[in-house]
Design a protein around this ligand. Structure first.
Ligand SMILES: Nc1ncnc2c1ncn2[C@@H]1O[C@H](COP(=O)(O)OP(=O)(O)OP(=O)(O)O)[C@@H](O)[C@H]1O
Length: 629
């Protein structure tokens, strides 16, 4: 591997600080090696070390037990209370420890309410040491744990919830497990900080001596030589603990320790009838208002919409991830609205990041509360994941990862599979392969699905029924054929991939006048109406006796056909598709002129800002909506 060159001046600056940190330690170690009286035999040294170790261990335990839940709450909360708690948690870092001690005296000092309850034993005791250390050291663990919890992708929580895991189970089996390395490092730093605590301790509990207090006493009474022993002990312990904090078993050892997937007989899930979904959702997320109702006739529907239209919020509402107050959701005869997300038995496949980072493919597939190992094995086979069961997510390709998420969702035999742009992060061949695979599952395994997508081809492949949403409202619903044949508005036309959408005016002869060109249509709208119209590119046909003369401004070879950019002398621009075979050996050249006809059967006309015109074009969605290379 070729090492990346580090910038000289920047490396020098870093090296200076590293030297500054190292030189005093080296100087101390040289002095220690050559010293006659290091203080190792001083009485009280071991007692002080023991007091520090015990009290630091108690403090670190208290901070862990209380601090991890606090950090988890902070990572998932917003608002004023969270900001106040955040400041409180960090204050001990900013407050000089001596002043922290003064603050604590007001709480547990012998003459305070609390101090009197404990007969003054909360100071000048190990309890006092623990109180001082806990106060000063707690930020280290809380901040480390909070940052680790915040870094966990919230979609993992969603996936775990839809797999049936309740909040406590998600906390333990998802969040704690992923945040464990950071929490372990934070815990060790907390313990170290508690061990080295001096300022607050000396005020609250001068006796019994901790190691730092003992060191100061030695320094004041006998001078610096006898402080070498406690300093050396503290340094040694710190070095060991810091090494432990960053320790990770080598990868080969970790792989050997990881349990292999058991031999399980694959069991085909019993075929359940796929039911269509019906919903009436009305919810606000932040400033976004989603209000969509639909009663599907088919168990396979797709939700199509532009980015930000509200597709994911709709899917999360159906899953129950936004609570039950968002509206009604029914699957066949089963009302799901009052059912918690964990009990809805719906599979959920998010856009990406749906895998738990430290679980193998087999562990992911069997993670669901209702997952049946036999069914999980069956889906892993069916999704062509044989032999990959023991791989971690980072050892799988993007397509394999998405198949594992689907297997995990299906292993619990869900009533409905919710797919949120499941293949959008994948490259084109893998998308095609997975789309075909899911289509087979829908047909052969009676899989009920709701697919969210912005790709009309994917929608047409994986659904019988299309819902087009825009700005949180239903723009059109119907069978795939109905929507593709008759887009309800220019916006829907654009969403299903039509590009030739232009403005115009109805002329006195009923034609649309657009950029100085008369377009014959079958629409019957009042003379002078402002309209938006659209012609499908394959309905712009080259013909020797064509009505319009145009100039070819661009020719793109799309593999199976040509995409021509055409320009009228008056300025109108349209795109046309031409089959490669009909183009023959002499393709239109850029700059050449061509005669074309615009077939009224492929033209839609909408009154501007009004309801759609009556006539609708008929075309094959696969021929017009996509330009696969
Ligand atoms: N937690 C949130 N707080 C505030 N606004 C949100 C939140 N989640 C989503 N939104 C907003 O709601 C709108 C719809 O979001 P949604 O994720 O449903 O869009 P989408 O149609 O799925 O888009 P995309 O295709 O880009 O994923 C967006 O404008 C988004 O910014």
């Amino acid at each position: 591997m070729i090492g990346r060159r580090r910038s000289g001046p920047i490396a020098m600056l870093g090296a200076l600080l590293a030297l500054y940190l190292a030189i005093p330690l080296v100087a101390f170690l040289i002095r220690l090696a050559g010293s006659d009286n290091r203080g190792f035999t001083e009485s009280g040294l071991l007692d002080a070390a023991r007091t520090s170790a015990i009290s630091a261990t108690i403090s670190a335990t208290i901070v862990t037990v209380l601090g991890v839940p606090l950090a988890h709450w902070m990572a998932h909360s917003h608002g004023t209370l969270r900001r106040v708690v955040n400041v409180l948690v960090q204050l001990p870092l900013a407050l000089p420890p001596v002043m922290s001690g003064i603050v604590l005296v007001y709480l547990v000092g012998p003459y305070t309410w609390l101090g009197e309850r404990f007969d003054g034993h909360l100071t000048e005791s190990v309890a006092g040491v623990v109180i001082a250390q806990t106060f000063v050291a707690s930020p280290f663990l809380i901040i480390a744990a909070r940052s680790a919890f915040e870094a966990i992708d919230p979609q993992l929580e969603d996936v775990a919830a839809t797999l049936g895991h309740r909040p406590l189970s998600r906390f333990i089996r998802v969040d704690l497990r992923i945040a464990a390395p950071a929490i372990r490092a934070g815990l060790l730093l907390t313990w170290l900080r508690a061990l080295g605590e001096y300022g607050a301790t000396v005020l609250l509990s001068y006796h019994p001596y901790t190691l730092p207090v003992f060191t100061y006493v030695q320094f004041s009474s006998t001078g610096i030589p006898t402080t070498q022993a406690p300093t050396a002990i503290a340094l040694g312990v710190a070095a060991i603990v810091l090494l432990l904090a960053g320790f990770r078993l080598p990868r080969t050892v970790r792989e050997r320790l990881r349990r292999s997937a058991p031999e399980v007989v694959a069991t085909r899930p019993s075929a359940a009838q796929a039911h269509p979904v019906a919903f009436d959702i009305d919810t606000h997320v932040g400033g976004f208002h989603l209000q969509v109702a639909h009663s599907a006739k088919s168990p396979r529907i797709a939700v199509l919409g532009a980015s930000g239209a509200g597709k994911s919020i709709l899917l999360r509402s159906l899953a129950g991830l936004l609570g039950s107050g968002v509206g009604s959701v029914r699957l066949g005869d089963v009302e799901l609205s009052g059912t918690a997300v964990e009990d809805r038995q719906l599979g959920y496949v998010p856009q990406q990041h749906g895998l738990f980072p430290d679980r193998t493919a087999w562990e992911q597939a069997t993670f669901g509360i209702h997952a049946d190992p036999g069914v999980a094995a069956w889906w892993l086979q069916r999704l062509q994941l044989d032999g990959l069961q023991d791989r971690l997510p980072q050892q799988l390709s993007g397509g394999q990862r998405q198949r594992v998420v689907i297997a995990a969702a299906l292993a619990g035999v869900p009533r409905l599979l919710l797919l949120d742009e499941p293949f959008s992060a994948l490259d084109y061949p893998v998308r095609q392969e997975l789309t075909a695979l899911v289509r087979r599952l829908q047909q052969q395994d009676s899989l009920a699905t709701v697919l969210v997508t912005h790709d009309p081809v994917e929608a047409a492949m994986l659904a019988d029924e299309l819902l087009v949403i825009a700005d949180g409202r239903l723009a059109q619903a119907g069978t795939v054929r109905e929507v593709f044949d008759a887009p309800a508005s220019p916006a829907v036309a654009r969403l299903i991939g039509l590009t030739n959408v232009r403005d115009g005016l109805i002329a006195d002869d009923g034609c649309v006048l657009s950029d100085g060109v008369r377009i014959r249509t079958d629409a019957s709208l009042p003379d002078g109406s402002a309209v938006t119209w659209c012609v499908r590119p394959e309905f712009v046909r080259a013909s020797a006796k064509g009505e319009h003369e145009v100039t070819v401004t661009d020719v793109a070879d799309l593999g199976s056909r040509l995409l021509l950019d055409l320009e009228w002398s008056s300025g109108l621009n349209l795109q046309a598709h031409q089959a490669i075979s009909s183009a023959g050996p002499s393709w239109p050249e850029v700059g050449s002129t061509l005669r074309v006809d615009l077939d009224p059967a492929g033209i839609s006309v909408w009154p501007s800002g009004g309801t759609p015109a009556e006539d609708r074009p008929v075309a094959d969605p696969f021929g017009v909506v996509h330009d696969p290379l």
